[in-house]
Design a protein around this ligand. Structure first.
Ligand code: ADP
Ligand code: TRP
Length: 331
């Protein structure tokens, strides 16, 4: 049987260049070798997005983004988490096999507590139960479809390990290999992409390059990349430039070498360097941008794609949950 890869995408903002190169591109690459499951983790997003319109909007934009970058819904299962209610029932069942200590030790939760402590607030200030129990829902996402590998960023590795541990406890208790044991897949080659100010590109820092801006606002955004105050004629060190750091992500080795030489030769001001980066990026984004805009203008099509994904996901989830209900004794 083909190995299964499954990954969830949290709709919490408009997709940016870091999301594309760090998550979308590597995830879509798996469809060549694996049976792939991609889903929009809207109930995970609800732990932090508390506006209905905002959540609806992010679900649309992130779905359209994956399709625009080439997700083929015929080949991969592509669905919305909330469309598969069986996942939530499984989440409760799994929570009854999850030591509370796992959640106490979860890095994401601990980071929140640490931030509260730093701000001299109560440890649990602004931490809802959804956030605390987040890894159990994630385990249900993964185990429901018996994923073999789960491609995630390094920050999510521990959550996949919890899913594996929970699956083992469940299997051991009922004396059956009900769940396959998932492995996290951290793509080592994916670097952290830096933002306009040289820190990690992240919507939390407002330093992103959104993927689907029209040309004019895209150039305007690129012009905001922070540079030093060297004059145009001065030679520039590419390894100290935030513009170069971003531009080189789009280049083959030979092209990178040529651009490096251009920086070092002097005679190119920051405005010109940014313009070059803009042209390279715009070339790559032109096609996906047109497709993205087309998809957003056709909500019926997006709905139909997600409805098909829902049927496909539930065709697996419904009978599997029925089996689990029987095992635990509620049927
Ligand atoms: P943000 O930091 O903007 O909130 P998310 O946490 O929603 O982004 O990230 C969604 C996905 O995109 C994750 O898989 C994450 O690993 C990837 N990603 C986000 N920012 C970057 C970045 N700067 N470099 C590489 N990958 C990134
Ligand atoms: N927690 C993941 C993130 O923050 C998103 C996610 C939810 C996920 N469920 C998943 C990823 C299942 C992989 C498998 O990015």
């Amino acid at each position: 049987m083909a190995q299964r890869a499954l990954t969830g995408i949290k709709p919490t903002g408009e997709p940016h260049l870091g999301n594309w190169l760090g998550a979308i591109q590597p995830a879509l690459g798996l469809a060549r070798d694996y049976e792939t499951y991609y889903f929009i983790a809207d109930y995970h997003a609800l732990t932090s997005v508390h506006s209905g319109d905002a959540l609806r909007g992010y679900v649309r934009s992130i779905s359209a983004a994956y399709l625009a970058f080439g997700l083929d819904p015929k080949r991969s299962a592509f669905y919305r988490q909330s469309d598969v209610p069986e996942i939530f029932e499984l989440s409760w069942i799994l929570s009854c096999f999850t030591p509370k200590g796992f959640m106490n030790r979860a890095h994401a939760y601990k980071d929140f507590v640490a931030r509260n402590q730093k701000a001299e607030k109560d440890d649990d200030a602004d931490i809802n139960m959804g956030l605390f129990g987040y890894p159990v829902l994630m385990a249900a996402d993964i185990l429901m479809f018996n994923a073999d590998i789960v491609p995630v960023g390094a920050d999510q590795k521990q959550h996949v390990e919890f899913a594996r541990d929970i699956a083992e406890k469940f299997n051991r208790n009922y004396g059956e290999d009900v769940f396959r044991l998932p492995e996290p897949r951290i793509s080592e080659s994916v670097k952290t992409i830096t933002g306009l100010d040289g820190r990690k590109m992240s919507k939390s820092y407002d330093n992103t390059i959104p993927l689907f801006l029209d040309e004019k606002p895209l150039l305007k955004r690129i012009n905001q990349i922070v540079t030093n105050s060297q004059a145009p004629e001065e030679p520039k060190n590419p390894d100290e430039s935030h513009v170069f750091a971003l531009h080189q992500l789009l280049l083959e080795a030979g092209e990178e070498k040529a651009l490096r030489a251009q920086y070092q030769a002097g005679g190119m001001g920051w405005g010109a360097a940014k313009k070059l980066f803009f042209e390279a990026l715009n070339e790559k984004l032109k096609g996906p941008r047109a497709e993205y805009n087309r998809l957003l203008a056709d909500p019926g099509y997006l709905d139909a794609v997600l409805a098909e994904g829902k049927d496909r996901a539930r065709a697996t989830a419904v009978p599997f949950l029925e089996k689990i209900r029987g095992l635990v004794g509620v049927r």
